[in-house]
Design a protein around this ligand. Structure first.
Ligand code: MF3
Ligand code: CO
Ligand code: CO
Length: 287
């Protein structure tokens, strides 16, 4: 087991890659409304990446062993879809909840990975609570990060918050190291035991991306070979940030001007530094 420690030069490259991924989400946000198809959102993001940012999508034609090539530039996971939903011709309608997951590759070959939930129209109180608790789960995981902490500390706080709110944590997919490759060591589980797993060291970079189900944790895969859904067809939500481990905490790399600041239950230096960093960023360039 070896988890890479990024050099200062690599960290600079990763700040750029992750901000660009977040800016794709900022760009597409105003288009996410009733009537638009997820295929249209994919086309908008693809054009933005290639023509405005001069990045490429890490997901387009991505083919891990045993999979068919992933056919789109973003993942769009709707309602009971957990992750890896394939954009298509279906139009969004009021009350839908949608995760959009963006991974870009910069011209220098660095990967930035982030995802957010979107609620179409007002959404039900229940759907909004699932999204809020999932957002809090991600941020509690981020707040558990610092040099000297353990990987299991992250999963522990996420699981406690999700299950404490009556929801469940998807087990089969996890966060991951990231850098010059899409998926590196370590695997960042979103459940587990405090103090378990490898010790975190400054310079490690990985994602935290909890998938939280309103019902049971079990999942199934659709015949398209990619889309993961809840087995009980209950709603599922996910947020994802890419994180740098520092001596005293975490630096969130996938920030952009349109990024939501940490929730109220996050306090102290992490909350203050993150809110300040978001406020200092210029808006994403428009085409
Ligand atoms: N972006 C996803 C992650 O967070 C991976 C998507 S792989 C795809 O790890 F092929 F489904 F796009
Ligand atoms: Co990821
Ligand atoms: Co992702």
């Amino acid at each position: 087991m070896s988890i890479g420690i990024k050099t200062p030069e690599e960290i600079t490259e990763m700040r750029l890659a992750c901000r660009l991924a977040a800016e794709v989400l900022d760009y597409v946000t105003p288009f996410v409304k009733a009537g638009v198809t997820t295929g249209k959102l994919d086309q908008l993001c693809s054009d933005y990446m290639t023509q405005v940012q001069h990045t490429t999508s890490a997901t387009l034609n991505y083919q891990p062993p045993g999979y068919s090539p992933y056919p789109a530039s973003i993942c769009t996971s709707l309602n009971h879809q957990v992750c890896h939903g394939i954009p298509g011709g279906k139009a969004l309608k009021k009350g839908d909840i949608l995760n959009i997951d963006v991974t870009v590759v910069t011209p220098n070959g660095f990967f930035g990975d982030t995802s957010r939930m979107f609620i179409v129209g007002e959404g039900s109180i229940f759907a909004r609570r699932l999204c809020q608790v999932t957002f809090e789960c991600m941020w509690l995981g981020i707040a558990a990060v610092r040099g000297g902490a353990h990987l299991g500390d992250i999963g522990h706080v996420i699981q406690r918050h999700a299950e404490g709110n009556g929801f469940s944590v998807v087990r089969e997919f996890c966060g991951h190291g990231i850098g010059r490759r899409f998926h590196e060591e370590p695997q960042v589980l979103h459940y587990g035991t405090r103090g378990s797993g490898p010790e975190l060291k400054p310079g490690m970079i990985f994602t935290i991306e909890p998938m939280i189900n309103a019902g049971k944790a079990a999942i199934s895969e659709l015949p398209d070979g990619w889309t993961i859904v809840t087995k009980d067809r209950s709603l599922s939500a996910q947020f994802e940030h890419t994180i740098l481990v520092t001596e005293t905490g975490a630096e969130v790399l996938s920030l952009s001007a349109g990024c939501e600041p940490p929730p109220k239950l996050i306090t102290g230096a992490l909350a203050e530094n993150t809110a300040r960093a978001i406020a200092a960023l210029p808006s994403a360039p428009q085409p």
